[in-house]
Ligand binder design. Structure first.
Ligand SMILES: [Zn+2]
Ligand SMILES: [Zn+2]
Length: 280
């Protein structure tokens, strides 16, 4: 079966994420390196990194995905914010590489007062400051509303314009796709996603999927994740989406609402049931 996991917590220790992933019988997992709303990023001790790598290998959790924090804004109109963002981006990406992460997933910021060329130039400058990474590859995630990353043609144009040796492809989030106007609950929405991918995108550049239902209607431009099958995409939408042949071996990571691990367990069981049904 394809890799399936959730976004896990590193509260108290980095190792907590592995414990959660194992308890939920995940085969892949995602983490933040620190609280995603603050600039401060702690340094991991070498001994902790080694233990983390050892446990992750033992439990065969692949891939390991790090999600970028939300403050990073490489195109801010405030030069200080750009400097802090470049610094944090580099620190996060190098830390991801050091713990053996396969992917570092980031949402790029949009700016309504800036044209695409300006955005691309500034964004690329930020990424180009990072030296070549040994393990980790950067992925650009589609977003709910943006002129550079919401619709498939824009996302792939952006990828082509900012790519370098560290940026390997994209991560597709189903909630964001839905909010951006691809109504995955309907055959037409699935077809329009596939048509855009064939015309403007490249399926081989999609490296992983964020599987989330949506609390808001298609085209709302609002990013609110919902439990799988309980939102506007619905179970029927996920069955259609997970049937797409070109995506059928990609890792799936859930970022659904979570008060306790029970929530993850429920969502995972819905996805596992769909995957079993599709295989039989
Ligand atoms: Zn996501
Ligand atoms: Zn989201």
């Amino acid at each position: 079966m394809r890799p399936l996991g959730v976004h896990t917590s590193i509260k108290n220790t980095l190792l907590n994420s592995i414990a959660e992933a194992v308890e939920l019988k995940c085969t892949t997992f995602q983490i933040f390196l620190h609280s995603p709303q603050v600039w401060k990023i702690p340094e991991f001790e070498q001994s902790l990194i080694e233990e983390f790598r050892k446990q992750r290998e033992y439990y065969a959790l692949n891939p390991l995905v790090v999600h970028a924090s939300y403050l990073i804004n490489l195109i801010s109109s405030n030069p200080k914010t750009i400097a802090s963002s470049r610094f944090l981006l580099k620190r996060e990406v190098l830390a991801s590489d050091s713990i053996g992460a396969d992917y570092y997933v980031i949402h790029l910021k949009d700016n309504k007062d800036m044209n695409k060329d300006e955005i691309y130039t500034k964004t690329k400058e930020g990424f180009d400051k990072i030296e070549f990474l040994s393990n980790c590859k950067i992925l650009l995630e589609n977003t709910a509303k943006s002129k550079i990353t919401a619709r498939i043609p824009d996302l792939f144009e952006t990828f082509e314009r900012v790519r370098n040796n560290n940026i390997a492809g994209v991560c597709i989030d189903t909630c964001h796709l839905f909010a951006a106007g691809y109504d995955l609950g309907k055959d037409e929405g699935i077809e329009s996603f596939i048509n855009d991918m064939e015309k403007y995108g490249d399926f081989t550049l999609i490296k992983m999927i964020h599987l989330n239902d949506s609390k808001t209607s298609s085209g709302s431009g609002i990013d609110r994740h919902e439990h799988i099958g309980k939102g506007y995409i619905g179970e029927a939408g996920f069955i259609k989406f997970l049937k797409i042949q070109a995506l059928s071996s990609l890792p799936l990571i859930l970022e659904t609402p979570k008060k306790s691990l029970q929530d993850d367990l429920k969502n995972l069981s819905v996805v596992r049931a769909i995957l079993r049904k599709l295989k039989s």
